[in-house]
Design a protein around this ligand. Structure first.
Ligand code: PBG
Length: 325
């Protein structure tokens, strides 16, 4: 059957009809808000390359999150931003039970017990060289890093984190973290693994925000080559085998094919990270009047859902809560 019997426009005639046949949705419950928690007190500083996002000290983080939770915020992922004087070669501040993320998690879970609190587990913001692992003779050591990541994850769990999210891309870290968590009795703490994390140019604003740019070289010896998709599926398979609960693909929009392939290959929840550069692009264009910000942002996020992501990490969360509210 074809035109003139078939007319797809019939189902686009009114918004109520369009809504009846809409295939994909975007709901606040599917979103995770990335937030930056910085050592100190009384700090609330806007991040220049990420307008609308802040460095917050732990006590002000709670004040920031409370109204968002009332507006429907379901989950946050926390990134620690320690002071320069807290950084060292082995990232000791990352697994200090009194560290900045640990303090923030405890305060958040105390004030808002239903909020899902996820913590980023990676050494780069805590090392003086800015790499995600232990460095020796200019090389990033895989196996020596695992123990530190596991300590960091356990410390976050002890503070009350619901899920930990390793973003370092060391081989075997999901298994090491799972084993350490279980060994300390944290069998209910989940792992959202940055499984297919690409060596992307779109992390630029984040590295300014987290003060985590590598001091030498780049991250291509551990993050994935943007040319590869088979390897991404292999990474997901390995992480799931090691006990990951939610594998993540990152960034999102340049990797929609990877999200789709992962959706088809695995029957687990899939997360996608709409990263800082993806946020900054829309912000920058909207600031010049070149894009309609809500329309462009909602379209981008819906596209990530349509590709197959169940949950999305995005800096647009506070705005989406307003736009959809
Ligand atoms: C840390 C980490 C990064 C991001 C999340 N965790 C930066 C990096 O790998 O350099 C990027 C997030 C974003 O750009 O929004 N390993």
């Amino acid at each position: 059957m074809a035109f003139p019997i078939v007319r797809p426009r019939r189902l686009r005639r009114t918004e109520t009809i369009r809504r009846l046949v809409r295939e994909t949705d975007l709901r606040p419950a599917q979103l995770v808000y990335p937030m930056f928690v910085r050592t100190g007190r009384g700090l609330r500083e806007e991040i220049p390359s990420m307008p609308g996002n802040y460095h917050l000290s732990p006590e002000l983080l709670v004040d920031e999150v409370r109204p968002l939770a009332e507006a429907g915020l379901a989950a946050v992922i926390l990134f620690g931003v320690p002071g320069e004087d807290e950084k060292d070669a082995r990232a000791a501040a990352a697994y200090d039970d009194d560290g900045v993320v640990q303090q923030a998690v405890a305060r958040l879970k105390d004030a808002l017990p239903d909020l899902v609190v996820i913590t980023d587990v990676c050494l780069c913001a805590y090392t003086d060289h800015g790499h995600c692992g232990v460095v020796e003779d200019g090389r990033i050591l895989n196996d020596a890093t695992l123990e530190l990541l596991a300590r960091m994850a356990v410390s976050h769990a002890r503070a009350g984190a619901d899920l930990v999210a390793p973003s370092d891309m060391m081989d075997g870290r999901v298994g090491a973290i799972r084993q350490a968590l279980d060994g300390e009795g944290f069998t209910d703490v989940g792992i959202m693994a940055y499984s297919a994390k690409y060596a992307s140019a779109f992390y630029g604003p984040f590295r300014d925000a987290a003060h985590s740019a590598p001091g030498f070289g780049d991250r291509r010896s551990y993050q994935m080559d943007p040319a590869n998709i088979r390897e991404a599926l292999r990474e997901l398979e390995l992480d799931l085998g090691e006990g990951a609960d939610i594998p993540m693909i990152k960034p999102a929009l340049p990797y929609l094919d990877v999200i789709r392939a992962a959706r088809e290959a695995f029957d687990v929840p899939i997360a996608a990270y709409h990263v800082s550069g993806e946020y900054a692009m829309i912000q920058a264009a909207a600031a010049r009047g070149w894009l309609d910000e809500p329309a462009a942002a909602l379209e981008a996020l819906l596209g990530i859902r349509r590709a197959g992501a169940d949950l999305i990490l995005t800096y647009f969360v506070p705005k989406v809560l307003q736009w959809l509210g």
